[in-house]
Design a binder for this molecule. Structure first.
Ligand SMILES: Cc1cc2nc3c(=O)[nH]c(=O)nc-3n(C[C@H](O)[C@H](O)[C@H](O)COP(=O)(O)OP(=O)(O)OC[C@H]3O[C@@H](n4cnc5c(N)ncnc54)[C@H](O)[C@@H]3O)c2cc1C
Length: 432
């Protein structure tokens, strides 16, 4: 093995990067993390809620107890929003209070905590400097990074630089995905007293919280949806919408956001809240079809730089994939370094580990889902209005003779078209 400045360099300190660095450092390897933000998390954004299962594989319970998690999510809401109505499925279960739980997070403190864990394990950090280029040897293997005037070499480089990776093309020949496979997310965070949040969301303590996804009028009928997550003393509210859909829509995304905030189903939940943060970020939504190669000579790609994110419609997942992939990338790099072979072949155990895990299993089994959701037009405009009309027929009493349920439901279903509903149901059952 060549003499290099470090055994490994990790580019980016979001969710994947610090975990990869931690695995390497725990195995006694010298590892440098380079993060362009002034501090880990300063450039990052999520909805967001993280599913805890992969974190429990990295950290013991005592360490996890020090993580800046916001609220354990014990109430899930899925809202169908029409301009003048909303229909909400509201679910809570004791199963959400087990180790298969999830927590809301704010990325500033959460990413900093992840970075602290990597540093405590022995990883070195440089923040506030963007990596500009990968360094390759004459045979084309990645052997380091260039940042400003500095060239720093390593036997393995782990790319964890997120959805807009500048390096996957140079590292593994990746072509950037089409706009139709990428969404844009915007989020506003409103400060509110903890007790107010708990009362409004019907959770029994300030350690518990709610997640809500919103389909329909949140994006003015365009491909996308809204979200709300309760933090300890704030509420995160936002929209994720397809870049292509937004570029063709008469509604700019900021206007969607303004109208979402004033919708009666949302306004009551944020009333009196002070706007304390406004952020925006891209979200990869193309799944398996837009993934780059994950391994090259001297290089591994993890998290959103490998497009590991799925919008299930009822939940968005990316952080748990990033944590798990970061851990596997770290372990694979250690194995390759120990074997003295950091070629794509030596590092290929990373691909094997991922294939064996929920990460690639999910990405493969939901590979048809992005295409389906993109064309599920009635979910964004049609079904919310149909459900509104059915519920109005049943629940708004005007003194005329009461209707049987079938007479409240069937005329509205007929308006939508049996065939349309059948086609949508069939597609949803296949893709989701
Ligand atoms: C609006 C929105 C809502 C979401 N909701 C959820 C949710 O509820 N649950 C969920 O699980 N996921 C959610 N996601 C997805 C989730 O946030 C991502 O999947 C996750 O953050 C990916 O982690 P990562 O470590 O791969 O990348 P990131 O967290 O993006 O980290 C990449 C890091 O690399 C750094 N970097 C980039 N370029 C360079 C460079 N040249 N040099 C040095 N450093 C660099 C960045 O500054 C950043 O720190 C959401 C995303 C958005 C945008």
């Amino acid at each position: 093995m060549e003499e290099r400045d470090f055994d490994a360099i990790v580019v980016g300190s979001g969710c994947a990067g610090p975990i990869a660095a931690l695995e390497l450092a725990r195995a006694g390897k010298s590892v440098l993390v380079v993060e362009r933000g002034d501090a880990a998390g300063s450039k990052n954004m999520t909805g967001g809620r993280i599913y805890m299962h992969p974190l429990r594989k990295v950290f013991d319970a005592d360490t996890l107890a020090t993580a800046p998690l916001e609220r354990r999510i014990v109430r899930e809401k899925i809202m169908l929003m029409a301009p003048d109505a909303e229909f909400t499925i509201d679910f809570s279960s004791d199963a959400m209070r087990t180790d298969n739980d999830s927590y809301s997070v704010l990325r500033g403190p959460f990413d900093q905590w992840l970075a602290d864990q990597a540093e405590e394990a022995g990883a070195e950090y440089i923040c506030g400097i963007p990596v500009e280029e990968l360094v390759k040897d004459d045979a084309g293997a990645v052997i380091g990074i260039r940042a400003g005037e500095d060239e720093i070499t390593a036997n393995v480089v782990v790319l964890c630089d997120g959805v807009n990776s500048l390096f996957t093309e140079q590292a593994v020949g990746y072509q950037r995905p089409p706009a139709s496979a990428i969404a844009v997310g915007i989020k506003q965070t409103f400060a509110l007293p903890a007790k107010t949040i708990s009362d409004r969301c019907l959770v029994s303590s300030d350690g518990e919280g709610m997640a809500m996804l919103i389909a329909g009028d949140a994006t003015k009928g365009n491909f996308g949806g809204g979200f709300m997550y309760t933090n300890r003393e704030s509420v995160s509210l936002g929209i994720v919408a397809g870049i292509e859909a937004v570029s063709k829509s008469e509604y700019p995304i900021y206007q969607m956001m303004e109208e979402l905030k004033s919708h009666p189903g949302i306004a009551a939940l944020i009333e009196g809240g002070e706007l304390v943060e406004h952020s925006g970020h891209m979200v990869p939504e193309g799944g398996l079809h837009i993934m780059p190669k994950l391994v090259g000579d001297g290089v591994l790609v993890a998290g959103e730089s490998a497009m590991m994110c799925i919008n299930f419609g009822y939940a968005v997942r990316g952080m748990d994939y990033a944590v798990a992939a970061g851990q596997m990338a770290g372990k694979a790099a250690v194995r390759a370094l120990d074997a003295g072979d950091v070629s794509a072949r030596g590092l290929s155990c990373y691909q094997d580990m991922l294939e064996d895990s929920f990460v690639m299993k999910d990405l493969r089994s939901f590979s048809a889902e992005p295409e389906f959701l993109e064309h599920f037009d009635h979910m964004f405009c049609g079904y919310p209005e149909m459900v509104r009309d059915i519920m109005n027929n049943m629940l708004v009493i005007d003194g005329s003779p009461a209707k049987h349920v079938k007479d409240s439901v069937m005329p509205e279903v007929k308006k939508m078209g049996y065939l349309n509903i059948f086609k949508d149901m069939k597609g949803a059952l296949k893709a989701l």
